[in-house]
Design a protein around this ligand. Structure first.
Ligand SMILES: NCCCN[C@H]1CC[C@H](N)CC1
Length: 290
């Protein structure tokens, strides 16, 4: 490693590595599940790294947290009960809390060290934990959903790391089946769905599993996050059989007054919501043909 530089290498993006200039390492630890590092970067603020993979930076986390949350929640009229799988940094909680219709936010995060480190080093992200509607469970999302009552959620958000390490099972068919069971008719799920530049094979498998399991609509959306591999990240948006969900045209705008509580929206808006579903031809061919 070049002195003072962090390079993000993984078998999931062979032959390439995004690098950030490191000013100071603020935390290094090893939880029961993964290596955890926080460093002060020269140009992206503080950075959270798990097993050598960038999870968030202060400068661009708004793009991911706002899109993964508002793409599903702005697509249904009145979300009340929301489940977050993963998301231990608290950023998705911060975004869900903007929705005044939401009454209960359950979260299941497997690694307590991620929660503690986020509260210590990323207070503007971990602010989500301060919302009284939040119930945090430290545990395995797969087990949590197996025990969830049928049809108990309006929305599930799967804010996972990559399918190498603790999040591996969150990309597999049985997990998607348990999500569908826990959703009410016309309920929605949004999952972290990797990069259309790097992972069309993974996306192809996820799409075909989702089309089998979710009998409402199944769509892939994507957005720009400079510090994620290839500079983009995708999302699977699925709804269960029941009241129609048109993900491409948001019907439930975020209540402006509630947005102020956790600072202004920096990235999401209704136009970029619809634009997120426009795909390059090479991806359309795979995703829309499954
Ligand atoms: N809430 C933290 C974001 C986790 N999602 C990331 C997507 C891109 C991956 N390479 C790493 C995890």
């Amino acid at each position: 490693v070049i002195p003072g530089w962090f390079s993000e290498m993984s078998p999931m993006w062979p032959g390439e590595a995004h690098s950030l200039k490191v000013e100071k390492v603020l935390f290094q630890g090893k939880s029961d599940y993964q290596d955890v590092i926080v460093f002060q970067s020269a140009t992206y603020g503080k950075v959270l790294v798990l097993d050598g993979v960038i999870q968030l930076t202060e400068r661009d986390e708004c793009a991911y947290q706002e899109m993964i949350t508002h793409l599903p929640l702005c697509s249904i009229p009145n979300p009340k009960k929301v489940l977050v799988i993963g998301g231990g940094d608290g950023g998705v909680l911060r975004e869900v809390a903007r929705h005044t219709s939401v009454e209960q936010i359950d979260m299941c995060e497997i690694d307590k060290m991620v929660v503690d480190v986020s509260k210590q080093f990323f207070p503007d992200v971990a602010i989500g934990y301060e919302d009284p509607r939040v119930n945090l469970v430290i545990g395995d999302g797969v087990a949590f959903l197996k025990n969830a009552a049928e049809g108990s959620y309006d929305a599930v958000i799967v804010d996972s790391s990559d399918p190498i390490g603790p999040a591996k099972e969150l990309f597999e068919k049985p997990f998607f089946q348990s999500v569908a069971r826990a959703l009410r008719p016309g309920g929605v799920v949004c999952t972290q769905a990797e990069s259309l530049w790097l992972h069309m094979d993974i996306i192809e498998d996820i799409v075909s599993n989702c089309r089998e399991i979710f009998k409402g609509s199944v769509n892939y959306a994507w957005t720009s996050v400079p510090t994620y591999p290839s500079g983009v990240i995708g999302f699977m948006l699925c709804s269960t059989e029941g009241p129609d969900v048109d993900f491409k045209h948001p019907l439930n705008p975020i209540d402006e007054s509630s947005s102020k509580s956790n600072g202004p929206l920096k990235f999401y808006n209704a136009e970029i919501h619809s634009a997120a579903f426009c795909l390059p031809s090479f991806a359309k061919k795979v995703i829309e043909s499954k």
